[in-house]
Every structure is written in C-alpha cells, then in structure tokens.
Design a binder for this molecule. Structure first.
Ligand SMILES: Nc1ncnc2c1ncn2[C@@H]1O[C@H](COP(=O)(O)OP(=O)(O)OP(=O)(O)O)[C@@H](O)[C@H]1O
Length: 401
C-alpha cells in the first residue's frame, strides 16, 4: 500500500490535510477541482515539497515520518514523475532522453530499454529531437524516460491535460498498457471524469486540501457527498460489465452485468470484452409502475435505499438493485409528488449510457465510502497480463499475491 497522512500549510493560506491509502498496483486517480491540492499531494510523495508533519510510506519504505525525523531525499525515493508538459531535453534525441532515464535508474532493474520502447511505440522516433514530435509522442517519451529510471512508483500530474482530444485518444491506450502490464503503483492526477473512468480502479477525491473520499471507482463516483468535487451533473453509477452482443443494423451493442443488460451505442470492441458502463444520475428517471409505452429501452427495477438532498432543487435517489445500485437525480418536487421513500419499488429508466473499456480481470470490490479511509486494492487479474521483458540480472516484476 501507499499510505499518506500529511499536513502542510502554504504561505498563500492553502492548507493540505491528506489522509488516505492507495493500492500498490494499478492506477489511483487523485481527482478534484483546480487548486484542490492534488499536485501538492504528489509533490509530497516525490519529495519536492516537505509536509509540516505526517508520514508517507510506500510498500515497506518510509519516505517521510516527521515524528521519527525521516525525510528520504528525492533521488532515494525512486518515484518516476511525468508532468503535464513533457519536459524533454530539447538538445537530445529521443534515444538520449530515454537513456538519461536509464542513467538515473535505481540499482534494482525491472524494465529494459527495448520493452519500454516497444510498449510505448517510440522505436521509430529514437533518432528524432523533441521539437519534431507531436504532443502525444513527446508525452510517450516522457513516460518512457520515467519508466527507465526503474521507479518503484509512478506519479503522473495530468499527463494529458495539454493535449487535444485526438492526441489524448492516441495516448490513452499506452497508459492502459502501462496499467495492465506493469505491476507498478501509479498516482494519477486528473480532473477529467472520462479519464478517471477509463484508467483507474481506485479514486481519491480531493477538495479544499482534503481527501474527502477514497475507494473503488464505482463507489466513489456515485456518492452525493462528492458534489463539491464532481458537480451534480457528473455524479453517476458505474457498472463493470461484459459486451454480450452487437446489432449492426440498429447500431447498438448490449452490455450485461449481474443486474441486467443495457443497450448502448455500438461499441467498437468484441463480444466478450470487459467494459465499464457509466450512467449519470441526471439521465435516470423513476417510475412507480412498470413503464410500458415509453421510448426508453434501458429499464431496471429496484427498491429505494435512500434519498439525499442534493444541490438546489434536486435530490439523489439511491435505488438498490438485486446486486448493485443505481443513482437517480430527481427534483424534490418529484420526490414529494410521487411520495418517494425508502423501501418503495421503482423502475429506473436510463436515457444515456457511456461505455469505456475496462482492464480484463479488474473489478471494483464493494466498499463503503469513508473519509478518511484506505482504498481497497483492486482485485488481482484472473489471467496473467502479458509480461514485460525482464532484463538480464534484473528483478522480475512482483507476481500477484
Ligand atoms: N509553490 C507554492 N507556493 C504557495 N502556494 C502554492 C504553491 N503551489 C501551489 N500553491 C497553492 O496550493 C493550492 C493547491 O495547489 P495544487 O497545485 O496542489 O492544486 P491542484 O489540485 O493540483 O490544481 P490544478 O488542478 O489546477 O493543477 C492552490 O491554492 C495553489 O495556489
């Protein structure tokens, strides 16, 4: 686990009080609005910012412990850092930029030059200089350089923020490979729900210098308590599902999960592939009787578990399904008019679903939202992911325990 429990006051009046734990593999997203303190947290882990007090432990290594007077220098922490802008050396070729990472490597080597070059698809760029690369290519080289320093963890500070949508689309599959092929914990700063949805299994939500919730993605992103971070229109429910059918004629795919099926716009992945469906609370309306002559195809029946007042005229209605749950955002006027209350059976009509790919074998284990609280580690992959080449004399990547 990565355990972080730190306080830090900036001279600008900003105070960080971060207390959470992240799993030691996969991507944990630090998610929150601008200025909430996400970067400060990873700077504290990297060692470029010193907390006033607290403790940072990565695996069995104590990076910082104010009580014991421990403050490991940056170079001994073994954290690979990838910034928003690639920060490559302009006078060096891609090859030399990558070799620079290698020269700064810790003694314990796990990833070879060729493996990194293949994984990030940069072989054809090796002779070029940074000014001839696209933003996405530069970022891939920056990630490669960080990996070749043989980090024990990777800190990524909005690595896609400076890229346009097309470049983001180009680089996301590489980040997914990184996540799936390396047994490396990654703390990933983002304020994009889409990115978090696609990449992470665990989320720490940061607001006003505090980690207000952390845990498996599906649990964190549905909580009405997260309104300050997400805004009411981004709250939603996430279902880990499998693509079970395509209907080319109507341009629809079917995704299945323990509580039923959803029809979604055609997904460009094969039947059997794992997927992650996201249903925004605002796209779910409720009916007291089984909807018959309505156009909405996606309907699920369940029992109201709780009703929470949300911002403005809205309430969040949590509907318990047989296995999972679903959130609906309705007006308080509707709650009153339909006399909604816990225990009632309702039909949820789902007007829109977003589907993203999901790493095979990773599932979000159920966990209650707690603040502060440890993040439950994602379940281990059921099938071994393709292994990275291990360089001679190196230490093989840790096997899943
Ligand atoms: N070097 C610094 N000195 C003083 N205050 C700072 C410094 N760096 C950041 N801050 C302040 O600390 C707070 C948190 O900043 P931080 O960069 O951690 O936020 P963030 O969540 O990463 O934001 P963004 O998403 O915009 O990058 C902000 O109020 C910021 O103005």
């Amino acid at each position: 686990m990565i355990e972080i429990d730190v306080s830090l006051a900036r001279n600008t009046g900003f105070c960080l009080e971060a207390h959470f734990a992240a799993p030691d593999m996969g991507i944990t997203a630090l998610f929150g609005r601008s200025g909430s303190g996400k970067t400060t947290i990873i700077q504290a882990v990297a060692g470029s910012v010193r907390p006033d007090r607290g403790r940072i432990v990565v695996g069995d290594e104590v990076f910082f412990d104010s009580d014991k007077g421990i403050d490991l220098p940056m170079e001994r922490r073994g954290a690979g850092y990838v910034f928003q802008d690639a920060r490559l050396f302009p006078h060096m070729t891609v090859d030399n930029n990558l070799r620079y990472g290698e020269r700064r490597a810790r003694r314990e080597r796990t990833i070879g030059f060729d493996a990194v070059v293949e994984m990030l698809g940069v072989r054809h760029l090796l002779k070029r200089r940074p000014h001839t690369l696209s933003g996405g290519e530069k970022q891939r080289v920056a990630i490669g350089r960080a990996l070749l320093s043989q980090p024990r963890l990777l800190l990524m500070d909005e690595p896609l923020a400076s890229l346009d949508e097309m470049r983001k689309g180009e680089i996301l599959p590489y980040l997914e490979r990184l996540r799936d092929e390396l047994r490396l914990p990654i703390l990933y700063v983002s304020h994009s729900v889409e990115e978090v949805l696609r990449l992470s299994d665990a989320v720490a939500a940061v607001a006003d210098g505090k980690v207000i919730a952390c845990g498996p993605l599906a649990d964190v992103l549905s909580q009405p308590e997260l309104l300050p971070v997400l805004g009411r229109f981004d709250l939603g429910t996430i279902f880990d599902c499998t693509i079970t059918a395509h209907n080319e004629e109507f341009g629809l795919s079917t995704v299945s999960f323990p509580d039923g099926e959803l029809r979604v716009p055609l997904v460009g992945r094969p039947v059997g592939a794992p997927a992650r469906a996201r249903v925004r609370s605002r796209d779910v309306s409720l009916s007291l009787s089984r909807p018959i002559d309505v156009s909405v195809t996606n309907r699920l029946s369940g029992t109201i578990a709780r009703i929470t007042r949300a911002e403005g005229p809205f309430s969040d209605v949590e509907v318990a399904l047989a296995h999972g749950k679903l959130h609906s955002l309705v007006t308080q006027e509707s709650v009153q008019r339909l006399a909604l209350e816990p225990g009632m059976t309702v039909w949820a009509m789902i007007k829109a679903v977003t589907v993203e790919s999901r790493p095979a074998g990773f599932n979000s284990p159920g966990a209650e939202i707690r603040s502060p609280s440890p993040v439950s580690p994602p379940r281990q992959p059921s099938a071994a992911p393709p292994a990275l080449r291990v360089i001679a004399g190196g230490t093989p990547p840790k096997a899943p325990s």
